[in-house]
Design a protein around this ligand. Structure first.
Ligand code: NAD
Ligand code: MG
Length: 396
């Protein structure tokens, strides 16, 4: 068994920490060669002391100075770099063969794309990168000749339920009829629309089943997360959009399903614990202990499945229409949503205005065929600006 050399983009976040937990339990299988983080320098220093990567990357020079000092005190020889270019170095110059892409949002696109081009095994948690650049990202993966393994629990579940090789030769093959993405419905599933007006960031971040970063927690509450995941599934698995369905399943036990032509429906079940898909991606095609408690079906009262109400969750409807429009529409959707969620978390934008901001920006900016990464980044910037302007107008 050869040791896998792993770079983690976003090692101080929820996915990054869970990845290190799985790696910690299997030192004979994995060696961490690069760690990156934007803030939380102390936590990154502790991670460097434990895993001794060759490279550590932070966002800015001030952070790098602090981290260097902390590592010097610990007599560590990890090379400390900073900035966007350095994130790409962490992927291409660290000697890694596996990259955990777990930076949140569009900030993760460039290094994840670099991993794709460099032919790495890409463990994709950063769904926003794929939503923004779907076609071009998949082309980069193909050109690089690496392996793309989904870490998002729903896509990991579907990957596990598909026949071997499906992701390389989809489109009507192997008798696959539909993909069913399950969604918990988030903390506000049963609230009336009127009660949503006063939702606070703390309430939105308290997910009933999963512990996650703040941005994805808000996305789960609005169900924009599921919308992004529909687009993610479209690119990963290459089925037409109308074959990708969403089901509300509040228990989060069935992580997603594949319906086949012969009447079979295959589901992947487990605890709502990201260490399962992370361990699957890290060791694929082997199965290793993820440290996750066994699922006890006798302890479950029931499993229920219903169709989502798009009036309750307008973000889901917006994501479906951006997916259908194609081109740069998902880029616009994602950028406006990132700005709206940040404004909700940090600037008091009312919860119900998140979807309004996204809708407004989607109406304001025409989508076009996606032709290059430079164009996508320009559209991303324009959509962020439009969202910021609209939010400013709303506040006055
Ligand atoms: P998080 O907020 O907990 O962590 C984000 C990480 O990215 C941190 O290490 C942070 O330092 C880093 N980061 C943030 N902004 C950055 C920037 N501008 N430049 C460089 N680094 C930056 O988020 P998370 O919950 O771990 O989610 C990470 C990604 O995984 C997201 O795209 C999310 O949608 C996806 N995901 C998460 C979960 C989950 O259970 N947490 C499940 C499925 C998918
Ligand atoms: Mg998910």
């Amino acid at each position: 068994m050869s040791v896998k050399r792993v770079a983690i983009l976003g090692s101080t976040g929820s996915i990054g920490m869970n990845t290190l937990e799985v790696i910690r339990a299997h030192p004979e299988r994995f060696k961490v060669v690069a760690l990156t983080a934007a803030q939380k320098i102390e936590r990154l220093a502790e991670q460097c002391a434990e895993f001794k990567p060759a490279i550590a990357v932070v966002a800015d020079e001030a952070g790098a100075v602090r981290l260097r000092q902390m590592l010097q005190e610990k007599n560590l020889s990890t090379q400390v770099l900073f900035g966007a270019e350095a994130l790409i170095s962490a992927v291409v110059d660290s000697g890694c063969d596996t990259v955990m892409a777990a930076i949140v949002g569009a900030a993760g696109l460039a290094p994840t794309l670099a991993a794709a081009r460099a032919g790495k095994r890409v463990l994709l948690a950063n769904k926003e990168a794929l939503v923004m650049s779907g076609d071009l990202f998949m082309q980069a993966m193909l050109a690089g000749g690496g392996e793309l393994l989904p870490i998002d629990s729903e896509h990991n579940a579907i990957f596990q339920c598909l026949p071997n090789g499906f992701t390389n030769h989809p489109q009507g093959q192997h008798g696959v009829e539909e993909l069913w993405l399950t969604a918990s419905g988030g903390p506000f599933r049963d609230l009336a629309l009127a009660d949503l007006a006063s939702i606070t960031p703390e309430q939105a971040c308290a997910h009933p089943n999963w512990v996650m970063g703040r941005k994805i927690s808000v996305d789960s509450a609005t169900m924009m997360n599921k919308g992004l995941e529909v687009i993610e599934a479209f690119w990963l698995f290459g089925l037409p959009l109308e074959k990708i369905k969403v089901l509300i399943h509040p228990q989060s036990v069935v992580h997603s399903m594949v319906r086949y032509r012969d009447g079979s429906v295959l589901a992947q079940m487990g605890q709502p614990d990201m260490r399962t898909p992370i361990a699957y991606g890290l060791a694929y095609p082997e199965r290793i202990n993820a440290g996750v408690a066994p699922l006890d079906l006798t302890q479950l009262a029931m499993l229920s499945f219903t169709e989502p109400d798009t009036k309750q969750f307008p973000c889901l409807a917006l994501a479906f229409s951006a997916a259908a429009a194609g081109g740069t529409a998902p880029t616009i959707l994602n950028a406006a949503n990132e700005i709206a969620v940040a404004a909700f978390l940090d600037m008091g934008l009312p919860y119900l205005q998140i979807s309004q901001v996204v809708e407004q920006v989607l109406n304001q900016i025409d989508s076009a065929p996606a032709t290059s990464i430079e164009q996508i980044l320009a559209v991303d910037t324009a959509a962020r600006l439009a969202a910021q302007n609209y939010i400013r107008d709303l506040r006055h």
